[in-house]
Design a protein around this ligand. Structure first.
Ligand code: ADP
Length: 168
């Protein structure tokens, strides 16, 4: 890791942002003074929210935190990090199922950019089984996700009730 680089990038789909993501952001900010939340703009992965909407919901959810900015990126994450002078990639770890994929990605990123590091943050136990996909499943059938997503997201999701939620 390049010494002196205190900018971290937290990449993901954030479709939509949940309190699990927010938990990782807060844990990261306790260690790194500057964090870029990077919303992956992946045309082959259609979400329920557009990238612009996701950015809006993340910005609103994190508006009280200092040192955070939200951006979208396309293409390789390592290139985005390089452009932003960030040496650290943050990923959240939940149940065991995350491990294999995350490990594979971290290895590949390390190969492409040896001077960068992936740092894994452990989620709080209350968010261990929380994911954007389970939120979408529940909302699709009219379930209540209050307390699991920021209020602004909850409100927005309510407008989707009864519609088919596609995505991952
Ligand atoms: P991706 O499509 O890149 O997996 P996500 O938005 O699903 O995007 O997740 C982004 C990152 O946040 C991943 O590292 C994921 O493991 C982490 N994450 C998502 N939900 C939680 C949670 N409840 N607790 C901890 N980390 C989480």
């Amino acid at each position: 890791m390049k010494s002196g680089s205190s900018v971290a990038v937290y990449p993901g789909s954030f479709d939509p942002i949940t309190y699990g993501h927010v938990d990782i952001v807060d844990r990261t900010l306790a260690i790194f003074p500057e964090l870029i939340v990077g919303v992956a703009n992946n045309p082959s992965k259609k979400g329920i929210f557009s990238v612009a909407e996701r950015i809006e919901l993340i910005s609103e959810s994190l508006k009280d935190r200092k040192g955070v900015r939200v951006e979208s990126f396309e293409g390789l994450l390592v290139d985005f990090c390089k452009e932003r002078g960030a040496a650290v990639i943050i990923r959240g770890l939940r149940a065991l199922s995350d491990f294999e994929f995350e490990f594979q990605m971290a290895m590949m990123n390390q190969r492409m950019r040896p001077e960068g590091e992936t740092v894994f943050m452990m989620t709080g136990p209350q968010y261990f089984y929380l994911s954007s996909s389970i939120i979408k499943e529940v909302v699709q059938f009219g379930g209540d996700v209050g307390g699991l997503v920021p209020e602004v997201v909850n409100e927005r999701l309510k407008s989707y009730h009864g519609r088919k939620l596609s995505g991952r």
